[in-house]
Design a protein around this ligand. Structure first.
Ligand code: CA
Length: 351
């Protein structure tokens, strides 16, 4: 805008300098907020849906349609700290979608306004590692602002860093206190080969922390509508020093699929329907059932009346559905003739 236009655009009695100064103050305030000041509530004027942190219009028609609405935490409402944009390696921002995230301390929250109905949420988060590696568990409260009431039906979930946090050089380690795994490798930190450098360079520990984020899926108490607000709060008495929220995926998940007649359920073999306990042995026991002439063999015969197995199942596999409530899927491959194999699957919800 030229000076002339600036003058013309100014309101009577309010020179453009004043307006410009006001704009600068507002811009400065926004910039301060955007680049991370704690205890400043960042209000979400309107929910901003993105795909991998970019405008959905830029990827329209590309990729699978998963029925997921994604919002970045840095665009949501929060009284935590918005981590500044930073693409640097080995930083929480650098590994975050959009290279930004929200850092909460105990008592702080980040809140996402729904743009369409949803009954489930996937949370991408990071929490600190244990001092000597191995991860920690920490709580996070998931509630919904609904019908004018804040944080209705809160449920406290357990986040974990047991499956995140790697350090050092390939093939990496979970030990933040480890020395260089390959001191005879050239590294960028000193632009040298430490083992062949005199005096030896000082290497900061933990060396190259990475792989900070994990995800957790949560089924909400109800189906909520556009305008309702999903609020993630770090409990005031949380044991972790901080919790970083990168993004959430909101979705309306279907009811559990009906259990196929004659199928087996992995829960009958001890699988944990909440996904909190290792259920691998239960899946193994369920998969062995067809070989032992169990009910899933009947299912295969009933589903394939013209492909009656002439021999027991020779190979089985199992998988979990990607959305809650998780469904265990058992797939058996049976030989129907010496030269031909067919497959059948038994799928059942395990909630
Ligand atoms: Ca993010």
């Amino acid at each position: 805008m030229s000076l002339r236009n600036r003058s013309a655009a100014s309101a009577p009695g309010r020179p453009w300098r004043t307006r410009a100064a006001t704009a600068l103050v507002i811009a400065a305030a926004l910039a301060t907020t955007a680049y991370g000041v704690t205890n400043v509530t960042r209000a979400q004027a309107s929910p901003r849906v993105t795909v991998a942190a970019i405008d959905p219009s830029l990827v329209a028609g590309r990729g699978a349609q998963l029925g997921i609405v994604e919002q970045e935490a840095e665009n949501a409402t929060t009284n935590g700290t918005i981590l500044p944009f930073d693409p640097s390696a080995y930083t929480l921002s650098g590994e975050a979608s959009g290279r930004q995230a929200v850092k909460l301390t105990p008592g702080q929250y980040v809140a996402f306004k729904l743009t369409q109905r949803a009954n489930a949420i996937t949370i991408r988060y990071a929490i600190p590692d244990a001092p000597n590696g191995g991860g920690i568990d920490a709580p996070l409260t998931v509630g919904v602002d609904h019908n004018g009431r804040e944080n209705t039906h809160p449920q406290t979930i357990t986040l974990t860093s047991k499956y995140s946090w790697l350090y050092n050089q390939y093939p990496f380690t979970n030990d933040p206190n480890a020395d260089l795994l390959h001191p005879d490798w050239w590294i960028t930190e000193c632009s040298c080969v430490p083992a062949f450098t005199t005096p030896p360079p000082s290497i900061t520990k933990p060396f190259r922390p990475m792989h900070f984020y994990d995800e957790q899926r949560v089924q909400l108490h109800n189906t909520y509508q556009a305008g309702d607000v999903v609020r993630l709060t770090m409990p005031a008495d949380a044991n972790a020093a901080w919790t970083v929220i990168d993004l959430v995926d909101l979705q309306q998940i279907a009811d559990p699929a009906p259990r196929p007649e004659g199928s087996v359920s992995v829960t009958e073999f001890g699988a944990d329907p909440n996904g909190m306990r290792d259920s691998a042995d239960a899946f193994d026991r369920a998969m062995k059932a067809p070989v032992a002439g169990g009910r899933s063999s009947k299912a295969i015969r009933s589903r394939s009346p013209h492909r009656r197995p002439t021999a027991p199942c020779t190979r089985v596999s199992a998988s979990m559905a990607s959305t809650p409530p998780m469904a265990g899927v058992i797939t058996c491959t049976c030989r129907t003739s010496p030269s031909r194999a067919t497959s059948a699957s038994a799928s059942t919800p395990i909630r």
